[in-house]
Design a protein around this ligand. Structure first.
Ligand SMILES: [Zn+2]
Ligand SMILES: [Zn+2]
Ligand SMILES: [Zn+2]
Length: 265
């Protein structure tokens, strides 16, 4: 399984429009962060996507995504959903299966109403087949399981992707993980976890809270994502270094191979 982080930024991305703070002006390419999205390739050629943020077109072109077998949504906030229309060229050969919880699928049907309505001939629309799921979905040899978490008052999903004994978990936006979900993710080989900043936030884990989650989950390696402009990549790397855990900040374009394999190149 190969994971590509397409976007590692919080809802406004970095640089933030109109901001001239040190991080937004940074020349370190790691400090340029698109909105949160992850591309996952299976060993048998499966191609999965988690979320379509507003930069999905740029991310897909950059990562040379040429096919998708399934699209999984964490939730329907704009920074995770609003690039949906740009999956269009990837659905020319047939509808793309889209999975999410009931609120997310309902929001997709409302915000992208034109996709499901009859419109005049000639206008291109993505072909998608949305499904509400509350249990595992099998795509090729991969099993993708929703991990229910709390994002403030909202019930949203993280996703656990298992293939041939390797387990990758992505939880982008959360400030609480119930015990039953810890049971799902415990001992994961890799955990990509949303952590906004040092200061507390009402709907996202802070760095310290994320570290507590990592300790409890016992993931073998971890990356922080959904990062905001209050800290540079360099500063977050330094923070991670003093946790005693195998954790680093994610960055756009970051790749993780699990288990480490030389078959890819
Ligand atoms: Zn978000
Ligand atoms: Zn800034
Ligand atoms: Zn959100």
């Amino acid at each position: 399984m190969r994971i590509t982080v397409l976007g590692s930024g919080t809802s406004h991305g970095i640089p933030v429009v109109g901001c001239d703070c040190a991080v937004c002006r940074s020349e370190d390419p790691h400090d340029k962060r698109y909105r949160a999205s992850v591309f996952v390739e299976g060993a048998a050629g499966e191609m999965l996507l988690i979320d379509t943020g507003p930069e999905f077109r740029l991310q897909a072109v950059g990562a040379r995504i040429c096919r998708l077998d399934a699209l999984f949504y964490t939730h329907s906030h704009a920074d995770h959903l609003h690039g949906l229309d740009d999956v269009r060229p990837l659905t020319w050969n047939g509808p793309l299966s889209v999975y999410g919880n009931p609120a997310t699928i309902q929001d997709i049907r409302e915000r992208f109403r034109y996709i499901f309505e009859e419109t005049q001939p000639g206008g291109g629309k993505p072909k998608i087949a949305p499904s509400v799921v509350d249990g595992p979905v099998v795509v090729g040899r991969m099993t993708v399981t929703p991990v229910p978490v709390k994002h403030g008052l909202l019930d949203i999903y993280g996703w656990k992707i298992a293939e041939n004994g390797a387990v990758f978990v992505v939880i982008t936006d959360a400030n609480f993980i119930p015990d039953t979900s810890f049971d799902l993710i415990r001992g994961a080989d890799c955990l990509l976890l949303g952590a906004l900043r040092v200061r507390p936030h009402s709907t996202h884990f802070s760095f310290d809270q994320a570290v507590e989650v990592l300790k409890r989950a016992g993931a073998k390696e971890a990356y922080l994502t959904h990062l905001c402009h209050e800290h540079s990549h360099e500063e977050i790397t330094a923070y991670c270094g003093q946790t005693g855990l195998k954790v680093l900040p994610a960055f756009d374009g970051m790749r993780v191979d699990m288990p480490p394999s030389t078959d890819w190149d």
